[in-house]
Design a binder for this molecule. Structure first.
Ligand code: UD1
Ligand code: CA
Length: 454
């Protein structure tokens, strides 16, 4: 049976006190709505319909690359009305999963369980039982069977004691949605069209309403303000950290680890505190990441040791390299095995060959460095003339003396040596020495200037 996913995202999110629409607020580096869309795609949804209201342009622009049907709900007349506005575009057959754009952590597993439970009955929902369900729609059961959902504001004293509540996540046959939604009324305490009233309609039609509980409570937690957003961020991070540890990653303190994307890690990877992993990253076996590193869209091969406070963006790092402390690898940095990159060294769009070293205060931009070369402290590749960028090529086994400027385009040959403090503007041949600096001279018995007498 084909699955449609309907995502409610028309709410204003006033309590966020933000110019950014609520569903674009980030959780683990991705907009809230992005998490829901991601999960919908994992379920192989035949169509994803998103209901927007406030900030619709901004929301649509953020997901322009996704195949989504956008439906506007100009006035927020209730959850039932929100789903009703999708009817003109909603498939006539199949089943719909109805999700909320501000409930980002609902899992594929729970939704799959919901779909399975609802196939027979035509309608099912995700419920959760808690000590105090104040504010939520309560699940009214008779002989264990769901009879209705009663909103908190419409509930009697007795009903308000019910601990099982509606999480706002449903699976409903599309045929039934087409039949039921036009019949909703807003005759209730809030004067809204309640989606929850379809439960009573199902009962009246003689259907049984299925229900499932999520494996983890945070899956159904919604976000209304920044306090809830931060709390959910921590819960989601703890969950991810636990998964990584179960896969064999050694997180020294899971409470001080953040994954904003995906991490594929080998065996015996050790990650010290306050590390942030963003985008899609891979760490090979025995990789060690020191405290305070930020690693984005980067692959680091087996055996590499990264010392504290190093920053990576779109880099590829070979086996058994040593990085940091305080190194910066920018997009296009490509390090072969056994390379050493030390403190305050920045590498951008450059490849560095097997075993080469740049250990201190260096900028390598648009460079190709061969194997076994040593780049002295304070070396700068001058790759930019203010208008265009040029390449620096350094061969194998070259030695660049400290505080040298290599003005690109320039090639330093294999086995070549550059004397310290040189500004190199012309190519240096293989195995030769280039020194560009004024000669040192000496004055014997030199008298320093004296202070003038007033
Ligand atoms: C709804 C349920 C309630 C449930 C609770 C779970 C109804 C009538 N009640 O409560 O049983 O316990 O969710 O959180 O459905 N939205 C729109 N358009 C609207 C109204 C809402 O898009 O006209 C969206 C909101 O942006 C939000 C979601 O629907 O993402 C839920 O709306 P919200 O107002 O938070 O839910 P309640 O009606 O309080
Ligand atoms: Ca000089």
């Amino acid at each position: 049976m084909s699955t449609s996913v309907i995502i409610l995202a028309a709410g204003k999110g006033t309590r966020m006190r933000s110019n950014l629409p609520k569903v674009l607020q980030p959780l683990a580096g991705q907009p809230l709505l992005g998490h829901v869309i991601h999960t919908a795609k994992k379920l192989q949804a035949a169509e994803i319909i998103t209901i927007y209201g406030h900030g619709g342009d901004q929301v649509q622009k953020a997901f322009a690359h996704e195949n989504i049907k956008w439906v506007e709900q100009a006035e927020q007349l209730g959850t039932g009305h929100a789903v009703k506005v999708t009817l003109p575009v909603l498939a006539k057959t199949g089943v719909s999963l109805i999700l909320s754009g501000d409930v980002p952590c609902i899992s594929e597993d729970t939704l799959q369980k919901l779909l399975n439970a609802s196939t027979q009955t035509g309608i099912g929902l995700v419920t959760l039982t808690v000590a105090d369900a104040t504010g939520y729609g309560r699940i009214v059961r008779e002989n264990g069977k769901i009879q209705a959902i009663v909103e908190h504001k419409d509930a009697s004293e007795e009903q308000r004691k019910i601990k099982e509540f509606n999480t706002g996540i449903y699976a409903v046959s599309n045929a039934k949605l087409h039949e039921w939604l036009p019949k909703l009324s807003n005759n209730n305490a809030q004067g809204e069209y309640y989606l929850t009233d379809i439960v009573a309609m199902a009962i009246a039609d003689g259907l049984e309403v299925a229900s499932v509980e999520p494996e983890r409570a945070f899956e159904v937690e919604g976000v209304n303000d920044r306090v809830q957003l931060a709390a959910l961020e921590r819960e989601f991070q703890n969950f991810q950290a636990k998964q990584l540890m179960q896969q064999g990653v050694h997180l020294i303190d899971p409470a001080r680890f953040d994954l904003r994307g995906t991490l594929k890690a080998g065996q015996d990877v050790r990650i010290d505190i306050n590390v942030i992993i963003e985008g899609n990253c891979e760490l090979g076996d025995n990789v060690e990441i020191g405290a305070g590193c930020v690693i984005k869209n980067t692959q680091i091969a087996a055996g590499t040791k990264v010392q504290p406070y190093s920053v990576f963006d779109s880099a590829i790092v070979g086996e058994n390299t040593q990085i940091g402390p305080f190194s910066r690898l920018r997009p296009g940095a490509k390090l072969a095995a056994e390379v050493h990159i030390g403190n305050f060294v920045e590498v951008k769009n450059s490849s560095i060959g097997l075993g080469s070293k740049a250990n201190h205060f260096t900028y390598l931009g648009d460079a190709e460095v061969g194997a076994g070369s040593n780049i002295g402290a304070g070396t700068i590749t001058c790759n930019y003339d203010g208008a265009n960028k040029f390449k620096t090529i350094i061969g194998d086994n070259a030695f660049i003396g400290s505080n040298s400027s290599l003005v690109a385009p320039v090639t330093i040959g294999h086995g070549a040596t550059v004397g310290a403090g040189s500004t190199i503007t012309r190519d240096v041949a293989d195995n030769s020495l280039a020194v560009e600096r004024s000669k040192q001279f000496a004055k014997e018995n030199y008298q320093r200037p004296q202070k003038l007498k007033k």
